[in-house]
Each structure stands twice: as C-alpha cells, then as structure tokens.
Design a protein around this ligand. Sequence first.
Ligand code: ADP
Ligand code: CIR
Length: 358
Amino acid sequence: ENNAFNIKKIENAYKTLQDNSECNSLLKKHLTQSVVDKLKYKKTKLGATLYDVIRSGVFNPDASVGVYAPDSESYKVFAALFDPIIQEYHGFGPNDKQPDVDLGEGRTKELEPLDPDGKYIISTRIRCGRALNGYPFNPLLKNDDYVAMQEKVKKALAQVQDADLKGTYYPLEGMKKETQNKLIADHFLFKEGDRHLQHANACRFWPVGRGIFHNNDKTFLIWVNEEDHLRLISMEQGSDVGKCLDRLIRGVKNIEKVVPFARDPHLGYLTFCPTNLGSTVRASVHIKLPKVSARKDFKEITDRLKLQVRGIHGEHSDSEGGVMDISNKQRLGLSEYQAVRQMYDGIKELIKMEKESK
Ligand code: ADP
Ligand code: CIR
C-alpha cells in the first residue's frame, strides 16, 4: 500500500543508496531524486510500488543491477527507472523493439563444437525463461497460485513428445535435502536462499510450487517457480553448442504447444529480472583459459565481446580450479539465435587468443 510509511521507506532507501560509497549498482546510478519524486506515489493494478521494485538492491548494496519487476505492468509504470537500467545493461532504448522470435531452427548445424579436442571447454548450457500468461511474478504470487501453476506445468510436461526429452517432475516439497544438495552441486538445480531473490520477496511460501523436471540424462531440464515461472535448460558435457541448442528448441516447442507464454511487443518474453527480458537466453560454457584470464585487460576483452563471466556455481559465485562460466551478456534487442551466437563468436575468439598467447 502506498501510504505515507511506504513513501518514507522509498525516500530513506534513496538516501541509503546514495550515501553508500561501496554500492555500484545500476539501481543506485539511475534512482535519482527526480525519478524518486516521479515514481514514489505510483502503483500497479496489483498493488506493486517502487519500494517492491528496489527492495532487493537496497538490502544488497553489492548487487550489480538491484531491481526486479513484481509484475509485467511494473516495466511500464516504473519505466523512468527500468528504461535507463535496461538501456545500460542491454543497449536497448525505450523505442527499440525486441525482434521476432528466431530460435535458430534449421541452423543449429552452423554451430559446430567450439573445442572438439576438449582442451578448454568442460560443458555447455543454454537456458531461457518463460512466464505463464495471466500470473504476476514471485512477489505477488499467493500460495494457491504456486500450487495451480505447478499443476499446469506438470500437465504440460506429461505431454512432451520427443523421446529423448521425456522425463519426471520432482517437486522441491518433500525432496530429500541430500538429493537437493547433490542436484545443486552438479549444476542441475537452482540454489536455495539467494539473498537477492529473498529481499525481492521472491521466496515466499518456499518450497510450495517449486521443483525441477528432467529427462533421464539430465540434458533437458525445467526449473519451476524459482526466479521465473519457468526456466527451460539444455546442457551437456563438451562443447557441441548446436546440439545443445537443437535440444532446447525442441523442448520449448513441446511446452509452448500446451502452455501459452507471456510476451510483450516491445520487451519480448517477460521475466522477473530486467537482465533476462527479450530473448531470455543465457548460453554459457564452463571453460578454462589460464593465459587469457590472467591478463590484466581480461575484463575489457570480455566486455568488448559482450560476454559475462560468472563463477563455477553460477551467479554471485567464485571460479574454482580456473573454471569460469562465460556467457552472452545481452538478452534483449537480439534474437534467441543471435544471443547464442554472441556467446559462440566470443568464446571462439577467446580460445583463439588463448592458443596464440605465450
Ligand atoms: P542462470 O544460468 O539460470 O542465470 P546461474 O548463473 O545461477 O543461473 O546458473 C545456474 C546453474 O547452472 C549453476 O549451477 C551453474 O554452475 C550452472 N551452469 C551454468 N552454465 C553451465 C555450463 N556451461 N555447464 C555446466 N553448468 C553450468
Ligand atoms: C544483482 O543485481 O546482482 C542481482 N539482482 C542479479 C542481477 C541479474 N544478473 C546479472 O545479469 N548479473
């Protein structure tokens, strides 16, 4: 509710952020006094306020971005804050339009294995996010929504046709801690207790309605109701990006036949975090590049190639044994296929540099 108390919280949050010299988030940069004054009285139809948008980044000054959209309307109502953040993260302006869907069907063969000898790349993963039509994002979902959404998705998953994609849905509720921790350690399942998500009010009623589907080989997986309603994932050992993408495309097509996904004409597929809008694709490799990654200008190199570097256990984790997670950075303003290519071309270049370094 946008009462005096909520407005006070927004004003205090603004001061806290601006006074924190260690905070470098996009939220801090773009939440100016004039943006606060413009947005502090606003509310979406479902009742989300500016405080709900910025809460995560206020409690986590080390965030790189710091904002989430409680519902899709938030991207419009709070555009004065989201637009400059989206512009800076993706290079996508308020009048730009997400291109039509192009998953790369029929062209996956162009993406030959990046490292056929297996000298640098350990594994490849491509994921995309989807929202179910008619539901807001986590902070506004009720216990019953989680239950209903999980049921819908389970029904859809039971209709998967392709033999290699068929699998089982495992709800988090009732899962043995041991099983859960093993799935997380092996990179298959989302982690629990992410403080960025928790402070965004995204973990309410946990573990109700949360779970994971996977095929027998654990090469096609779907996360249900973690950060996004759905995360569809294709992953495998080695560097065959084309094969990995082909499997993801078939998975997406199998599911979208039965569940309608939320798509916006301007922003493309809708996601909870603005960094994932549009294509929603993060294509990554687990890779070792001892020489190139030791260079002082490694960050400049990856920035130029539009690549994002994460640690071995994903976002906000550290590298281990020299293994990094490197992916496309941009997701909005380019097609799904182009997002995969951003990773593919960049990694190709990094491997070339590694080979040429002394
Ligand atoms: P997301 O990719 O969904 O944005 P994370 O960065 O948290 O989220 O990564 C989720 C999981 O996927 C982590 O366990 C991470 O180590 C794993 N992962 C990411 N890329 C790869 C890869 N190329 N090979 C194996 N596991 C990967
Ligand atoms: C943050 O701001 O650090 C978290 N809310 C996650 C942001 C999305 N992740 C990313 O692209 N690094």
